[in-house]
Design a protein around this ligand. Structure first.
Ligand SMILES: CC(C)(COP(=O)(O)OP(=O)(O)OC[C@H]1O[C@@H](n2cnc3c(N)ncnc32)[C@H](O)[C@@H]1OP(=O)(O)O)[C@@H](O)C(=O)NCCC(=O)NCCS
Length: 176
């Protein structure tokens, strides 16, 4: 299994991976033929000024895209940080370390690019293993109070504690 940058010819396969991974979590009242919102989110991010091509990564195995992760430009107060997500692994490939490999690769690239902080909204059982802390511990507040419990942040090598204040994702997160 190889983790590498997304290429233009991967876009359709990335859509399929994101659709399959998040379909499992779709609310019971969602129409059967509707794509999960995360598919439109990734498409909108790709068209947005907050898109960072070096941080759109696929996991490939036997010439098949089986996982995907993206980080886009985000902010804490006036400071530039990264917003991580979506992270997606094909259901039949889950539980085999693909998500871990994608997360580690994204964090390695972020560190190599001198990014200072990676922020995400996610499960508190999963992300602490990658060094994520409750964002509140770093003085970072969510845009929506209801997110407070799941907002997590991962300080990178270039982090400094003056990065505090209100977190804001790339604009497409507000539009989907
Ligand atoms: C979350 C996800 C990317 C993990 O990918 P994966 O390849 O299965 O992950 P790994 O094999 O590296 O790690 C498996 C571990 O993740 C845990 N895990 C998987 N999904 C989880 C979730 N939603 N919440 C908490 N833990 C989760 C598993 O329990 C397992 O834990 P263990 O190592 O303690 O046994 C994948 O399950 C997925 O695509 N889920 C649907 C989309 C999603 O929820 N994305 C994340 C939110 S943006």
């Amino acid at each position: 299994m190889l983790v590498r940058r997304e290429l233009s010819e991967d876009v359709e396969a990335v859509r399929s991976v994101v659709a399959a991974a998040f379909a499992v979590q779709a609310p019971p009242d969602a129409p059967a033929d509707s794509a999960p919102v995360e598919v439109a989110l990734v498409d909108a991010l790709r068209r947005s000024p907050e898109w960072l091509p070096a941080l759109s990564l696929v996991a490939e195995e036997d010439d098949r895209i089986i996982g995907y992760v993206v980080c886009s430009r985000a902010w804490v107060g006036a400071d530039e940080v990264l917003g991580l997500g979506p992270l997606a692994v094909l259901p039949d490939a889950q539980g085999a370390g693909i998500g871990t490999a994608l997360m580690n690769a994204a964090l390695d690239v972020a560190d190599a690019l001198d990014e200072r902080l990676v922020v995400l909204l996610g499960h508190t059982d999963y992300y602490p293993r990658f060094g994520f802390l409750p964002a509140a511990d770093l003085g970072i507040t969510p845009p929506v109070d209801a997110w407070a419990q799941h907002l997590q942040a991962r300080p990178m090598r270039a982090y400094h504690p003056e990065i505090r204040g209100a977190f804001r994702y790339a604009q497409p997160f507000n539009d989907v």
